[in-house]
Design a protein around this ligand. Structure first.
Ligand code: FAD
Length: 395
C-alpha cells in the first residue's frame, strides 16, 4: 500500500508544477502522482502549435520524475476518502497520504449523443490525440475542424500550414467570435480564408457517418461535408467526479478558498478543474489556461508543504493564429462594451472590455510585455471613458 507525504491526482501541468512547488519548500518529503494518461506530465500547448511548426517531441516532457516523484501512470483515481486520507485507483491500489492535491483538469465536451460515428472525431486534448491527428494527416488530405475557439482555430491553422485542406464549422459568426469584437473576428475569419481554410459560420454538425475510408458530416443548414478526418474543439467539462464523490464542494469546478483548499485541512486543488475567487475581478472564476495551471499548481504545492500563500493571481492567456498572435488577461467577452485602440487596424493594437466603465479584460494584439499594465488597469475602479483608454497601453 503506497503511502506518500504528498499525493497528487492528475498528471497535467498543474500536477507537475505542484510537485515543483512542494520541492521548493520540502526537498525530501515523498511525492506520488497518479495519472490517467499513460505518459508522464507534458506541455499541452505545443500539441496544437509548436509541434506542427518544427518543435520536437522531446521538448514537451516536463521531467517530473527528476524531482523524485513516483509516477503511477495509466491509472484513474476512482475513490477518495478524506477522513481516512485514502485514494483508490481503478486497478484496486490503495494509496494513503498526508496532503492531497486534486489536479484532474478537464475532459473535452462531445457532440450530442446520437450524432453518429463519434469514434471518427478526435476531441483534441492529449498527446494521444496529437498522435492520432498526425497519423490521419499523413494519410488524408481534407479535414473538418469543428469549433472556432482556441483548439479549433489553432488546429485549423496547424493542419493548413502542413498542406492539408481544412473546412471549419462553427456556430459563431466568425473565428474566435466568442472572444473578439465582431470586426476583429471578421478580420481573423477572412485571414483564415485567405490562407485556404473554408470557414462555415453559424452552422452546426448534426451527424457524423463513416463512409468507407471517408467521414461524412451533415450540418443543420443542410451541408454535406466529406473529409478524411475530423478534429473537434468544443470546450471542456471539469473533472470533478472524484471531488463530488468525496463530498467536497463543487460548482462548475472544485470550489476552493484563497489557499486553494476545498474545505479540508489536508486537501488542495489546482488547474483547469478549480473554481476560485479572483480579487481583481471580484468574482469566482475557472480558468482553462497554461499560466493558471502553472502558477496555481506551484502555489498549491508550496502550500501543501507548509506555506500559506493566497492565490490572487489574474492569469493571462495567449494563442497563435497562423502568424497572428496575442496575449490577454481578464474577461474577454464581446458582449461587454469594447474599446479598440489600433496602431494598425487588426495588426497591432489593444482592445479593452468594459462593464459600467470598469475595465474587465484587455486583449494585447501583437503587443507584448504589457500584461502587468493590463492587470493594473483592471484593478482600477474607473470609470473610464473610451477617450481616456486610448493610448493608455501603448501598442
Ligand atoms: C491542445 C491544447 C493547446 C493549448 N494551448 C494553450 C495556449 O496556447 N495557451 C494557454 O494559456 N493554454 C493553452 N491550453 C490550456 C492548457 O494547456 C491547460 O489550461 C492546462 O493544460 C491545464 O492543466 P491541468 O493540469 O489543470 O489539467 P489537464 O491538462 O487536463 O491535466 C489533468 C490530468 O489529470 C488526469 N486525470 C483526470 N482525472 C483523473 C483521475 N481521476 N485519476 C487520475 N488522473 C486523472 C488527466 O488524464 C490529465 O492527464 C491548451 C490546451 C490544449 C489541450
Amino acid at each position: 500500500m503506497p503511502h506518500y507525504r504528498y499525493l497528487i491526482v492528475g498528471g497535467g501541468m498543474a500536477g507537475d508544477t505542484a510537485a515543483r512547488g512542494i520541492r521548493e519548500v520540502d526537498p525530501i518529503g515523498t511525492i506520488g502522482l497518479i495519472s490517467a494518461e499513460p505518459y508522464p506530465p507534458y506541455n499541452r500547448p505545443p500539441l496544437s502549435k509548436g509541434l506542427w511548426k518544427g518543435q520536437t517531441l522531446e521538448d514537451i516532457w516536463r521531467d517530473t520524475r527528476s524531482l523524485g516523484v513516483e509516477l503511477h501512470l495509466g491509472r484513474i483515481a476512482t475513490s477518495l476518502d478524506p477522513g481516512k486520507r485514502e485514494v483508490i485507483d481503478n486497478q484496486g491500489t490503495l494509496y494513503t497520504f498526508e496532503k492531497l492535491l486534486l489536479a484532474t483538469g478537464g475532459t473535452p465536451r462531445k457532440l450530442p449523443s446520437g450524432t453518429g460515428a463519434e469514434d471518427r472525431v478526435v476531441y483534441f486534448r492529449t498527446y494521444d490525440d496529437y498522435q492520432r491527428v498526425r497519423t490521419m494527416a499523413a494519410a488524408g488530405e481534407r479535414f473538418a475542424v469543428i469549433g472556432g475557439g482556441f483548439i479549433g482555430s489553432e488546429m485549423a491553422a496547424a493542419l493548413t500550414m502542413n498542406g492539408k485542406r481544412v473546412v471549419m464549422i462553427l456556430m459563431e459568426e466568425g473565428v474566435c467570435g466568442r472572444l473578439f469584437p465582431s470586426g476583429l473576428a471578421r478580420f481573423v475569419t477572412e485571414y483564415y480564408q485567405e490562407r485556404g481554410v473554408e470557414v462555415i459560420t453559424e452552422d452546426a454538425v448534426m451527424t457524423v457517418e463513416g463512409c468507407g475510408e471517408k467521414t461524412v458530416l451533415q450540418t443543420k443548414a443542410g451541408r454535406r461535408i466529406e473529409v478524411d478526418g475530423v478534429v473537434a474543439g468544443l470546450g471542456i467539462r471539469p473533472n470533478t467526479d472524484l471531488a463530488e464523490q468525496a463530498g467536497l464542494p463543487v460548482d462548475d469546478g472544485i470550489a476552493v478558498d484563497e489557499y486553494l483548499q476545498p474545505g479540508h485541512p489536508d486537501i488542495y486543488a489546482a488547474g483547469d478543474v478549480v473554481k476560485f475567487y479572483n480579487p481583481l475581478l471580484g468574482k469566482r472564476i475557472r480558468v482553462e489556461h497554461e499560466d493558471n495551471a502553472n502558477t496555481m499548481g506551484q502555489v498549491a504545492g508550496r502550500n501543501m508543504a507548509g506555506e500559506a500563500t493566497p492565490y490572487h493571481h489574474l492569469p493571462f492567456f495567449y494563442s497563435d493564429l497562423f502568424d497572428l498572435g496575442y496575449e490577454a488577461v481578464g474577461e474577454l467577452d464581446p458582449q461587454l462594451e469594447t474599446v479598440e485602440d489600433w496602431k494598425e487596424p487588426y495588426r497591432e493594437g489593444v482592445v479593452y472590455y468594459l462593464e459600467g466603465g470598469r475595465v474587465r479584460g484587455v486583449l494585447l494584439w501583437n503587443v507584448w510585455g504589457q500584461l502587468d499594465r493590463a492587470r493594473e488597469l483592471i484593478a482600477q475602479p474607473g470609470p473610464f471613458t473610451p477617450a481616456e483608454l486610448k493610448g493608455r497601453i501603448p501598442a
